[in-house]
Design a protein around this ligand. Structure first.
Ligand code: ADP
Ligand code: MG
Length: 156
């Protein structure tokens, strides 16, 4: 497993960080985003979706009310927000398992509420306020699907 942590000092920097992540992703993958309101989950998602070339960052908005947004490009990308979901029964009504019918990139905000288990590779990302416009972004790449500066040289 590989872990990394960065602190960004502006939303632009968080978007850039997301873009770098997105460029390394290929379906199927589940991205779990955890962190408080305003921590930057949607902002990071703008970068991830644009890095995947599935939509422009300005097209990515919070699916707080619609709960699921779909973006398309070469990769099918779903952006889910569970903020308003209250309990397992509520979650069931969303039919999230349908998103896993075909390989996709599924990005979930408020992933701490997700009970569903997919056997897809998972990247967990925790975002935390670190004062003013600073945000600490911790990435846990349990399935080793991201490049790291360490193994970049020996990948072929
Ligand atoms: P969440 O989806 O986690 O609730 P958002 O991405 O919607 O959070 O909102 C983050 C807010 O914080 C935005 O208003 C953004 O402009 C602001 N912000 C300030 N600094 C940063 C940063 N370093 N990274 C991300 N967002 C930041
Ligand atoms: Mg959000």
């Amino acid at each position: 497993m590989s872990n990394r942590e960065v602190t960004t000092l502006s939303s632009e920097e968080t978007i850039r960080c997301g873009r770098e992540l997105g460029a390394q992703l290929a379906p199927p993958v589940l991205i779990l985003l955890c962190g408080d309101l305003g921590a930057g989950k949607t902002t990071l998602t703008k970068g991830i979706v644009s890095g995947l070339e599935a939509a422009g960052e300005e097209e990515v908005t919070s699916p707080t009310f619609t709960l699921v947004h779909k973006y398309g490009g070469e990769a099918r990308v779903y952006h889910v927000d569970l903020y308003r979901i209250d309990g397992a029964r509520d979650l069931d009504t969303l039919g999230l398992e349908d998103l896993f019918a075909e390989p996709a990139v599924v990005i979930v905000e408020w992933a701490e509420k997700l009970t569903l288990r997919a056997d897809w590779p998972v990247v967990r990302i925790r975002l935390e306020h670190a004062g003013e416009d600073a945000r600490r972004i911790s990435v846990t790449d349990a399935d080793n699907i991201l490049r790291s500066s360490r193994n970049q040289t020996d990948s072929r």
